[in-house]
Ligand binder design. Structure first.
Ligand code: GTP
Ligand code: SPV
Ligand code: MN
Length: 587
């Protein structure tokens, strides 16, 4: 008798009509066969075997270079359950309309069946998925990003539980591109894209959109967070999860080489994009990284900004849409001060004297196995996860938000997350640099009504006996000259140190209407060449600007109607009142 998995694969094959079906085991030999297929297809090349052993460069279709939010839908039975921040399509309509595109979509092609686990083997938080795809690039990417093959099949055989995901490249025409989620059925359909979060279905589709829905049903959290450990001079490690929007610094922070290593503060890497969190038997919120690799932004990465990333991606790495030097090494803007001669751009064209950059796509990326991170934490695959003592929200705010502030308590921290905003980046198709609200960095990833999601955060706070403290950071504040005020990257450890010291009640802070900011001299700035004036600007809380912000947040909250938790409205009103008090004290 056929298993539920075999039945589902059979149904997918009947619809898409591939010429053959290959069940993937995740082996080295299989990966090698995929690479051979990709080389023959002509959009992939091998990189320099000596400098970059077992590395390839893949060039995606030029119309398919980032996550596409306009064609991403939540197909819940009721429209109101998707909420005002998601695109919605009725499940029957979605199945008809997009089902037609899947009809015969794999004709003449191979269907690969990729069973995978999200989470470490043996963790109670781990879940299984199966992606069928006609893209060998997706298969080798999934092999790095998740645990695929036998480990996953074994689990599915035992439980018969898996999230099915149907993926086809389709014809890559953006007008026939769809990423659909059926949360009640726990089903994913994606067609017309072979790039990143659109196509690696374990990542955003399962581990965030479907998982956020599951998490609310089951009392846990699925969040767009890195996970790191900060080791102090005594050897104690404090774990933190940080939620920043796409291309706002998670990978870099998780893999940071600390500027305070010489005094004993080191950063350990556990995850760079997604955290699944559950209350542990010790009463702390425990986090696992459901992924097994990092899909990181290439541009801006170099030996100064992040030597750990540079070391990690020397081998066994897939580069996508980066440029290539004459000696077949990967290259991108920000890697070296000078553009190398004899460069090939991300579309495979020779760069000539008249060529205009950028030569690597701004959302070009590397896909690298997590264990290659030089400071991977010994606990990164701990089935129990790690206890989180701080949750950090952040984003790109050229103005307004100080370098760091601490919320007054969990409820206020949820307000800080819910009212977050950030300037858009190249990780998403569309305009770059537009400030938009992105609650908890989950705007594109929350699989249900955002108002209910806020309520879930509030409920979780009550369910965690020892809740993490909640902070907000901004590495991207700019001065009047338009330059970043803060050096960022490895220097960010100075902020993490203050955060950990606040958690243990040691660091000094000054109370402001928006929360606690570091008191004068509370941040360790030894060895950093930064002017007192810049530090003042970085930590300044401008009441007039914040009053405007509080009003805008109030208007934003109106969107959620009666699904906005009243606690958050109260927090917004209290913020305005505190700001008014400060303003009237001044005059
Ligand atoms: P996603 O994978 O899209 O979720 O992105 P991410 O949040 O992991 O962002 P990532 O660390 O890849 O950084 C994105 C861009 O921001 C890169 O170009 C980095 O070089 C840059 N960046 C990261 N951290 C800092 C920082 O502290 N300061 C400044 N100025 N730039 C940073
Ligand atoms: C993001 O956009 O947040 C990413 C990249 O992490 S992708 O996987 O393409 O969604
Ligand atoms: Mn991300």
């Amino acid at each position: 008798m056929a298993t539920p998995l075999e039945e589902w694969v059979e149904k997918a094959a009947q619809k898409t009509k591939p010429k053959q079906i290959v069940w993937c085991d995740g082996s080295e030999a299989e990966a090698e066969r995929m690479v051979e297929t990709l080389l023959a297809e002509g959009r992939t090349v091998r990189l320099n075997e000596r400098t970059h052993p077992n590395c390839i460069l893949h060039r995606s279709d030029p119309s398919d270079v980032a996550r596409t939010e306009q064609i991403t839908f939540i197909c819940s039975r009721r429209k109101e359950d998707a909420g005002p921040t998601n695109n919605w399509m009725a499940p029957e309509e979605a199945k008809q309309k997009v089902g037609a595109l899947f009809d015969g979509a794999m004709a003449g092609r191979t269907m690969y069946v990729v069973p995978y686990l999200m989470g470490p083997v043996g963790s109670p938080m781990t879940r299984a998925g199966v992606e069928v795809t006609d893209s060998p690039y997706v298969v080798i990417s999934m092999r790095i990003m998740a645990r695929i093959g036998k480990v996953a099949l074994d689990r599915i055989d035992k439980t018969n539980e898996f999230v099915p995901g149907l993926h086809s490249m389709g014809d890559l025409n953006p007008s026939r591109r769809y990423v659909l989620h059926f949360p009640e059925e726990k089903l994913i359909w994606s067609i017309g894209s072979g790039y990143g979060g659109n196509a690696l279905l374990g990542k955003k589709c399962f581990a965030l959109r479907i998982a956020s829905w599951m998490a609310r049903e089951q009392g846990w959290m699925a969040e767009h967070t890195l996970i790191l450990g900060l080791e102090d001079p005594s050897g104690k490690v404090s774990y933190m999860a940080a939620a920043f929007p796409s291309a706002c610094g998670k990978t870099n922070m998780a893999m940071m080489v600390s500027a305070l290593e010489n005094v004993g503060y080191r950063v350990q890497t556990l995850g760079d994009d997604i955290g699944w969190m559950q209350v542990g038997s010790d009463g702390y919120l425990h986090a696992i990284n459901p992924e097994a690799g990092f899909f990181g932004v290439a541009p801006g990465t170099n030996e100064q900004t992040n030597p750990n990333v540079m070391a990690a991606i020397q081998k066994n790495t897939i580069f996508t849409n980066v440029a290539m030097t004459g000696s077949r090494e990967p290259w991108w803007e920000g890697m070296t001060a000078e553009t190398p001669r004899d460069l090939t751009d991300w579309q495979g064209n020779k760069v000539t004297a008249g060529s205009k950059g950028p030569f690597a796509h701004p959302n070009s990326r590397f896909t690298v196995p997590a264990p290659q991170a030089p400071r991977i934490s010994p606990k990164w695959e701990d089935p129990a996860g790690v206890p989180i003592s701080a949750i950090i929200f952040g984003g790109r705010r050229a103005r307004l938000a100080p370098l760091v502030y601490e919320s007054f308590n969990w409820q206020h921290g949820v307000f800080v997350g819910a009212s977050m905003a950030s300037e858009t980046t190249a990780a998403i198709t569309g305009a770059v640099g537009v400030t938009r609200r992105d609650p908890m960095a989950m705007l594109p990833f929350c699989g249900y009504h955002m108002g209910d999601y806020f309520q879930h955060w509030l409920d979780m706070g009550r369910a965690i006996p020892h809740p993490p403290k909640i902070f907000h950071v901004n590495w991207f504040r700019k001065g009047a000259d338009g330059k970043f005020l803060w050096p960022g990257f490895g220097e960010n450890v100075r902020v993490l140190k203050w955060i950990v010291e606040r958690v243990s009640g040691k660091a000094h802070a000054e109370e402001t209407p928006i929360g606690f900011v570091p008191a004068k001299r509370a941040l360790t700035l030894d060895g950093l060449n930064i002017s007192a004036e810049n530090m003042d600007q970085l930590l300044r809380v401008e009441a007039a600007d914040w009053q405007k912000e509080a009003e805008e947040v109030g208007t934003y909250f109106d969107k959620f109607g009666d699904r906005l938790p009243k606690e958050l409205r109260a927090e917004q009103v209290h913020l305005s009142e505190r700001l008014n008090l400060v303003a009237s004290a001044k005059t």
